[in-house]
Write a protein that binds this ligand. Structure first.
Ligand SMILES: [Zn+2]
Length: 268
């Protein structure tokens, strides 16, 4: 799925936590960590970077080209380890250690012990993990392609998902559902500062509505996007996914989303 939908999924997950938590961590920081978690698993797409072979590939003495790695089944290939539950937990912990190192260098006299620092920031850790998992959930419903899904339970060698309910891009309807729900939750957090009411339950209900909406839209696609390996039908499927969006959104909203898509430099 596209990176923007992944990021907004991470923000959506974090908005529920931001509305429910009693932690003193500011909401914008919680939402930013959610966005980071939502984007993070696609770090494995770095092997497609044009300078990958002459930099990272050379430094690590890799015998395969970046393109071979990206479309391969190495643990560091796309949809490999970085798209797993284990990676979300481990990388989250690693980032937590780096944040502590920063805290340690910054506050020479008032340093917190490592355990207390982790306890106070456990909400951010949880949100990073949730953001990563929201990303992986989005990828589970894309085509299997050369990987056969995502390596969700790494180090287990099996790949999960890959049923191709949705196309890689052009899932404007799904993006709009997640973005609307997220905005609603953010609005709740802002309003709750002025009027006292339980935002946690409402934000959780909004999250359930988002999930139900995404589920419904993915299940109601009229095209079967499933394929394994490389498909010769790539362009046709891409066109079909655009036509499908036109049908779902109607010509007016579709045109707005298409303009937004053309304006972006990334695949959306
Ligand atoms: Zn991904």
């Amino acid at each position: 799925m596209d990176i923007l939908t992944h990021i907004i999924s991470g923000v959506a997950a974090s908005s529920v936590v931001a509305a429910s938590t009693k932690s003193k961590i500011p909401a914008p920081r919680i939402l930013a960590v959610g966005a980071l978690g939502g984007a993070f698993p696609d770090i494995d797409a770095i092997s497609l970077w044009s300078k990958f072979d002459s930099t990272i590939g050379k430094w690590f003495g890799l015998t395969h080209t970046g393109k071979e790695i990206y479309f391969g089944k190495f643990w560091y290939s796309h949809h490999g380890f970085f798209h797993s539950i284990a990676a979300a937990i481990m990388i989250g912990f690693l980032l937590g250690c780096l944040a502590y190192l920063y805290h340690w260098l910054q506050w020479q006299r008032q340093r917190d012990p490592f355990t207390r620092f982790f306890k106070t920031n456990s909400t951010l850790y949880l949100i990073f993990v949730l953001g990563c998992l929201a990303h992986v959930a989005g990828d589970l419903i894309t085509p299997a392609s050369v990987w056969g899904g995502v390596r969700l339970f790494c180090p287990h060698a099996g790949y999960a998902g890959g049923q191709g309910s949705v196309w890689w891009w052009n899932n404007y309807d799904i993006f709009l559902i997640i973005a609307t729900g997220t905005l609603l939750n953010i609005l709740l957090i802002v309003v709750a500062k002025h009027i006292r009411f339980r935002t946690g339950v409402i934000s959780f209900l909004v999250a359930l509505l988002i999930l139900a909406g995404v589920w419904r839209q993915a299940a109601a696609r009229q095209t079967d996007y499933a394929y394994t390996g490389h498909t010769g039908q790539y362009q046709q499927l891409e066109q079909k996914s655009r036509k499908e969006q036109q049908r779902i959104l109607g010509p007016k909203l579709y045109r707005i989303m298409e303009r937004f898509d053309n304006w972006l430099i990334i695949n959306f």
